[in-house]
Design a protein around this ligand. Structure first.
Ligand SMILES: N[C@@H](CCC(=O)N[C@@H](CS)C(=O)NCC(=O)O)C(=O)O
Length: 339
């Protein structure tokens, strides 16, 4: 192995929210790493180590590899404890976990539908993906135009997977615009979600919203309506400690509306319905969301991550401040198995 090889190697793409999430976290922790583009040249190495066909793929110096950004961040936080990624306060700790999951599983829908549902965005993304996939190959400029079209043809049907279908788009569009407005207010007086330093929740929340900002339609909307949020999206590319986490009291006035309007009415009802459908062996999940039908394929992954979120809640369920906030905002029921 060449001496100058950095300790960790991060394989992925800039168009991958979860790869950018891990990169941002490595920067936050000050962990040296080598970026490895998952282009065609890296395909052989990817296939030799990947357990699932997903990026990011993280290589440790001892040859161990990891996939799935949430356990990757938790592992890196154990290996490199400083600066801490989580608040000590149990209520803030759980809210940070809840936002990480919300960002990973709900905001992904808000990004994905805008990226592939609108023709201009799909074309733009196809070109960017082709440029990344064929980077490092002399002839790539000639192949890109056709490659871009092929990638769009492969990715657009994926919309069904992420729930970006015509039935759901009204709810997803409303959710994106409402979330942007609520974050624009919440981030007026603080650089990060829970105060003057980033938490676990920031990395999940940021990664998909940042990707959306790189796409034409969402970029135009955010630039016009949410300049403070845009500044946050740029800040999280190189997150750093600028002070302390705030007490829940000062966060609550602008954080509670996000819990009530986006998590309690959209994200959690979908996660609970998906969990129930998975348990019942139903391949499709449908529910009423703000009086509208919301339907998509049922996923094992999100059923498992809801169990994990519920396990985390159970570890702090005795915290009266937290349970009061979750009850007031309509999020508490979903935190327990019969929720
Ligand atoms: N839960 C995983 C999700 C990883 C994921 O969905 N990665 C996408 C790119 S962001 C991927 O590799 N998709 C496969 C493909 O597009 O072929 C994580 O957090 O790492």
């Amino acid at each position: 192995m060449p001496q100058d090889r950095a300790a960790l190697r991060l394989m992925g793409l800039e168009l991958s929210p979860y790869t950018m999430k891990v990169q941002s976290f490595l920067r936050f922790k000050g962990i040296p790493y080598e970026w490895v583009s998952r282009n065609r040249l890296a395909e052989k190495e990817f296939q030799a180590h990947a357990k699932v066909q997903l990026i990011p793929l993280l290589f440790f110096p001892d040859g161990e590899t990891m996939q799935d950004s949430t356990p990757i961040l938790e592992r890196l936080d154990r290996d490199y404890p400083a600066p801490a990624m989580q608040p000590d306060d149990p209520a803030l700790w759980f809210l940070s976990c809840l936002f990480e999951e919300f960002g990973d599983e709900w905001c992904n829908k808000l990004m994905f539908f805008q990226r592939w549902f609108y023709a201009a965005d799909a074309r733009a993304t196809g070109r960017r993906l082709a440029a990344e996939r064929f980077s490092g190959e002399w002839w790539s400029a000639m192949a890109r135009p056709i490659a871009a079209q092929l990638l769009v043809r492969r990715m657009v049907p994926r919309l069904a997977y992420s729930g970006g279908n015509a039935t759901n788009v009204p709810q997803l569009k409303q959710s994106f615009e409402n979330l942007a407005a609520l974050l624009e207010t919440h981030l007026q007086t603080r650089p990060y979600l829970l105060g003057a330093r980033p938490c676990f929740g920031d990395f999940g929340l940021w990664c998909n919203l940042h990707q959306a900002w790189t796409d034409p339609t969402a970029n135009a909307y955010l630039e016009a309506h949410a300049p403070t949020l845009v500044a946050y999206l740029k800040r999280m590319l190189h997150p750093s400690v600028e002070g302390d986490f705030e007490p829940l009291d000062t966060l609550r006035p602008t954080l509670a509306p996000i819990l009530a309007q986006e998590m309690a009415t959209r994200f959690l009802p979908w996660m609970v319905a998906n969990h129930r459908a998975f348990a019942a062996g139903e391949k499709d999940t449908s529910l009423q969301m703000n009086g509208q039908l919301f339907q998509q394929k049922t996923f094992k992954y999100q059923a498992v991550t809801l169990d994990e979120l519920r396990r985390k809640f159970a570890s702090v369920a005795g915290n009266a401040t937290l349970t009061a906030l979750l009850a007031e905002t309509g999020c508490l029921a979903a935190m327990t198995a019969d929720g």
